[in-house]
Design a binder for this molecule. Structure first.
Ligand SMILES: [Fe+2]
Length: 166
């Protein structure tokens, strides 16, 4: 089964060499897989959370999922702007994601918040590393894209972790 179309590079007038663009696209596709994986995991939490904080967490998880959806769209469209192919199918994501599978036994609000926090923290760390990597590759626009996603991920970590205090 062909799961990567990264070898196909399309022409672009963007003044970044193809060699560099291939590396940047691989970085973007790696974080695209994590982001899409976490978006579905967050939806899973949105659907399945139970307990006294149900309504509030149900809504928070949906808001986080929407931000991850928007982030994935931004990442995928940077891939295609750079002449690459965004690897966005469920099967591609399942193979490429660096995140652990969700805690499928989670039921309570605290269990879902903990499961999401650990996975979002991993994504946030990978995105922060991608800022440096994009700069190293000479692509400040991609670094800026990752910076914006990093700031949003940190904020959502705050929203989640605030539920675990006390
Ligand atoms: Fe919903």
């Amino acid at each position: 089964m062909l799961i990567e179309a990264e070898a196909t590079m399309f022409k672009t007038s963007i003044d970044i060499s193809e060699k560099r663009r291939v590396e940047i696209i691989a970085l973007l596709n790696a974080r695209l897989a994590d982001t899409l994986d976490l978006k579905l995991q967050t939806k899973h939490a949105h659907w399945n959370v139970k307990g006294p904080q149900f309504q509030q967490l149900h809504e928070l998880f949906d808001q986080i999922a929407a931000r991850l959806e928007a982030a994935s769209d931004t990442i995928a469209e940077r891939v295609t702007a750079l002449g690459g192919t965004a690897n966005g199918t469920t099967r591609q994501v399942a193979v490429a994601s660096n995140l652990a599978e969700y805690d499928l036994l989670a039921v309570s609000g605290a269990e879902h918040v903990k499961a999401l926090t650990s996975r979002l923290a991993k994504l946030a760390a990978a995105v922060r590393a991608a800022i440096d990597e994009s700069n190293r590759l000479g692509d400040m626009s991609t670094a800026d894209l990752f910076t914006e996603i990093s700031r949003a991920a940190d904020k959502d970590l705050w929203f989640l972790e605030s539920h675990l205090v006390g």
